[in-house]
Design a protein around this ligand. Structure first.
Ligand code: B12
Length: 221
């Protein structure tokens, strides 16, 4: 069943046929597949295989990338809203993309994973200024600032994670708030998180959830 759904969903996404993709997902839900399974076993692998084929197919254009990401994003949002409601929140964290970065999908998936792990998420959106990350983290008592960067220049920018680190240092918050980063550049260079001044990184939504939840739990004890 799962394989059939993945096949049909992939076909619809490659054809950038939004309605057909949603129909495949709705049928799967009717057959008892959970929203969590849809995101982790269908949407993410489909996105990965799309990325792989895009990197091989030089005719694929930006509009195609965008449409496919939009469909994945729309389905992900709808499924995340239906994830099992956590009985009790373990804590709250803030997340956003760094200045200049409009890529939303990875951040949404990380947020969804965290919510399903009982961690409350304040999503600051895209193009988030360093000051806002820090001010909001202080306001909501977040032990983690999670920064998503999908481009090398937004990951390494002086106005991104590096500036968040400076602000935490200036305000004496380094013991209370940890920085966790993620996105494509950190997968290309596993040591990059240190260069930009982060405390940790994670390569996908599930490991991101695990790394962040661990810090939240440590902050509680
Ligand atoms: C889809 C896409 C787009 C879509 C975005 C749609 C949207 N609403 O998000 C559109 C078409 C709009 C787009 C635009 C652009 N893009 Co683009 N895009 C991509 C693409 C193909 C996939 C990104 C994606 O959605 N991945 C799927 C998700 C599920 O994966 P993910 O984001 O990596 O997230 C996972 C992990 O990284 C991790 N994670 C993510 N965030 C976080 C945060 C934390 C805290 C943690 C712990 C973990 C974590 O968990 C996530 C879930 O598993 C990538 C190629 C690639 N290989 O990544 C290029 C890519 C990122 N784009 C790129 C570029 C250059 C651009 C543009 C500049 C193109 C242009 N000339 O206009 C613009 C920039 C717009 C801007 N200012 O941000 C380049 C960056 C190159 C570089 N060296 O920096 C890439 C790598 C393509 C390439 N090979 O050249 N893009």
């Amino acid at each position: 069943m799962q394989r059939e759904i993945i096949g049909k969903y992939n076909e619809a996404v490659f054809d950038t046929d939004r309605d057909r993709a949603l129909e495949v997902i709705n049928t799967a839900i009717d057959h008892g597949i959970t929203p969590e399974e849809i995101v982790f076993d269908v949407i993410i692998p489909a996105m990965e295989s799309m990325m792989e084929s895009i990197s091989k197919d030089f005719d694929a254009n930006l509009a195609q990338h965008f449409m496919a990401a939009q469909i994945a994003s729309e389905v992900t949002e709808a499924m995340i809203a239906r994830f099992k409601t956590p009985p009790e929140s373990l804590g709250t964290i803030v997340i956003g993309t760094s200045v200049g970065d409009m890529h939303t999908l990875g951040k949404r998936i990380v947020s969804g994973c965290l919510r399903s792990m009982m961690v409350n998420v304040v999503d600051l959106g895209v193009n988030v200024k360093p000051e806002l990350f820090v001010d909001k983290a202080v306001e909501v008592g977040s032990p983690v600032i999670a920064i998503s960067s999908m481009m090398m220049h937004t990951a390494t920018s002086e106005n991104g994670c590096k500036r968040v680190r400076e602000l935490l240092r200036e305000r004496g918050l380094e013991d209370k708030i940890k920085i966790v980063v993620g996105g494509a550049p950190y997968r290309w260079d596993n040591e990059l998180y240190k260069t930009v001044g982060a405390d940790a990184w994670a390569e996908n939504g599930i490991t991101a959830g695990e790394v962040i939840k661990k810090i939240v739990m440590e902050a509680r004890s």
